[in-house]
Design a protein around this ligand. Structure first.
Ligand code: AMP
Length: 300
């Protein structure tokens, strides 16, 4: 049991940290009373400003805020990725204390996945698990659905917050919530980037200095497509973007493709969708990074 209090003297607010479902639920129900709105931000920890922006949003829009920190084994299709995933609970709690959400839930694996097993949510993801991340990380979204459904069941939030950085995951969660008819509003936050454009990610700390500097080329290539979509064909822009990302031999593009933001169906030209979006996954040494950016039409 790690139930403890962290007090933010400046805000004069207390943040309670739990690792058991029972204690978390008891504390939420006291705090919530009969009618307070509960906002929820699920994370895998190694927190950065991207996560914190979601917590800030949740704090603005809800009376009670819960943040979870749980590295979910079922969504990792690569055992080394799971093993190497950064785990920094103490510094995460320090970062969260500055914002002071009401509750942090940091359970062990067997609290979420007890030996007796849990009911697997019956969700059919269709295209969402066959394209891009779904195609390249088999079973990844099954694991995401499993853990988010479980966390939703535990926390019972009114509103839950996810980043557009993981745009396909956001679509998966919306679809899951719809199919399971959960009374939870799914909200999204914009992608927070470092000054050089690299999308913040917990995995960025695993990059060497050289890889980190090279990795800014990923978002630059996506911005290049966004800035030139009116003057060049999609095929030309995508192959030039891949060439730019791979030019120094330090990064390898796993996929870079255009899709409709609403359906995630692949498109091959910008006129095939009112809301085209560019998605990529790039291997930087042993670290796999993803990013996406929307193309805004009708801005002339
Ligand atoms: P993770 O800890 O990577 O599972 O992420 C937890 C939540 O934070 C997910 O909803 C992510 O989409 C979101 N997130 C991760 N990186 C960013 C970012 N750079 N900007 C905004 N949200 C992010």
């Amino acid at each position: 049991m790690i139930s403890h209090l962290r007090k933010n003297e400046h805000l004069n607010k207390e943040m309670q940290v739990f690792d058991t479902i029972k204690e978390l639920q008891a504390a939420i129900s006291i705090q919530k009373g009969t009618s307070k709105k509960v906002g929820f931000v699920p994370t895998m920890g190694a927190l950065h400003k991207g996560h914190l922006s979601l917590v800030e949003l949740a704090l603005k829009e809800n009376e009670v805020v819960v943040v979870s920190i749980f590295v979910n084994p079922t969504q990792f299709n690569n055992p080394d990725d799971l093993k190497n995933y950064p785990r920094t609970l103490e510094s995460d709690l320090e970062l969260l204390k500055d914002l002071s959400p009401d509750f942090v839930f940091a359970p062990a694996v067997d609290e979420i996945y007890p030996a007796k097993g849990i009911v697997k949510p019956a969700v059919n993801l269709g295209l969402l698990e066959k394209t891009m991340e779904g195609k390249h990380r088999p079973c990844h979204f099954n694991g995401v659905v499993q853990v988010v459904a479980r966390l939703f069941e535990i926390v019972q939030p009114d509103k839950a917050y996810f980043g557009s950085k993981d745009f396909q995951q956001l679509a998966v969660i919306k679809e899951m919530t719809r199919q399971l008819k959960l009374p939870i509003e799914i909200a999204s936050g914009e992608t927070i980037r470092d000054a050089d454009g690299l999308a913040m990610s917990s995995r960025n700390v695993l990059l060497s200095a050289e890889q980190r500097s090279e990795a800014s080329g990923i978002s630059k290539a996506l911005f290049y497509i966004r800035d030139n979509w009116k003057v060049k064909s999609a095929a030309e822009l995508c192959s030039e973007a891949i060439r730019r990302i791979e030019k120094n031999g330090l990064m390898k593009v796993e996929y870079l493709e255009l899709a409709d933001s609403n359906t995630l169906e692949t498109i091959h030209s910008f006129d095939q969708s009112p809301v085209p979006r560019i998605f990529t996954a790039v291997q930087v040494g042993k670290v796999r990074l993803i990013d996406n950016i929307g193309i805004i039409k009708g801005d002339d």
